[in-house]
Write a protein that binds this ligand. Sequence first.
Ligand code: SF4
Length: 338
Amino acid sequence: MANLLEFRNVTKTYTRGFFSEAGTTALADFSMVLKEEDPTILTVAGESGSGKTTLAMLLLGFIDPTQGQILYKGEDIRNLRGDARMTFRREVQAVFQDPFAVFNPFYTVDHLLTVPIEKFKLAKSKAEARSKMDEALSAVGLRPEDILGRFPHQLSGGQRQRINVARALLLKPKVLVADEPVSMVDASLRANILESLRGLHRDHGVSIVYITHDLTTAYHVANSIVVLYKGGVMEAGDIDSVIQKPEHPYTQLLIDSIPWPDLDRRWGTDGLSVKESELSDKGGNGCRFAPRCPYAKDECLTASPPLHRVKETQVASCILHQQHPVLPSANLTDVLPV
Ligand code: SF4
């Protein structure tokens, strides 16, 4: 069976002007696979500027790679035409950060849900369309009778975001890209939305690519994680290993900065969150994280460290792990469990 989705050595560089040769690499040599028969929840984590949103935009086909390929069911998504393109558009859905953005204030919720049903010809009658709407809303824990017929301003942010998830579900997607879906929602409602996403995965076999800067929510929903920094993979693996025993100084820094409720819990290395390396950034040939890394040495500045396989399902791009084997082709496929 062909892979559902494959990133094959994908690099995305943004240039500043038409004649400008230098550019900013938002994502560098990224390779991984989502398998159709093994749906998963994969977190892509990092700070602003890490490349995680670029990865989402590439996956959705909104932007093209500068190098490499993104394949959907074995076909380069740039080459999809006609029915194949419509299938990709239907099967790869997105839920974005702002639960308000997709709502037109002059239309009821019914309209938002009817548009995709009509566009993709999902129902042969109004009764069938209504039945599908009911099913999708119920799947995300909303009561259709409370929601349908309402205008956006009559709904909470949490309800709107769950309607967005229901809208994606209507299309029976294979992949859902959830880009910071709870960051603009009240903390009290986040668990509901995240549970809706887990339900989509568990009950409907949808693979979810959960893009976030928030490792606490990632820990609760995901099977695996990729940590990005300035477009490069710093660490990746199964979520328990990476969060409980991070092997890259950047992941340790992210985890150290979380106000975990358990005061006895010790993460990472003392002082890492406050100390900045005295090494300066010498042109970007070395480790991306060197200017902030307390362990940085001169050799960190000469070449970008490869991904070392510290265990079966965990890799880290750091010379501190150079006793471990290098991951061939930097391909994360076998490292990320489902
Ligand atoms: Fe720090 Fe060097 Fe490891 Fe980069 S390679 S994270 S600078 S120790």
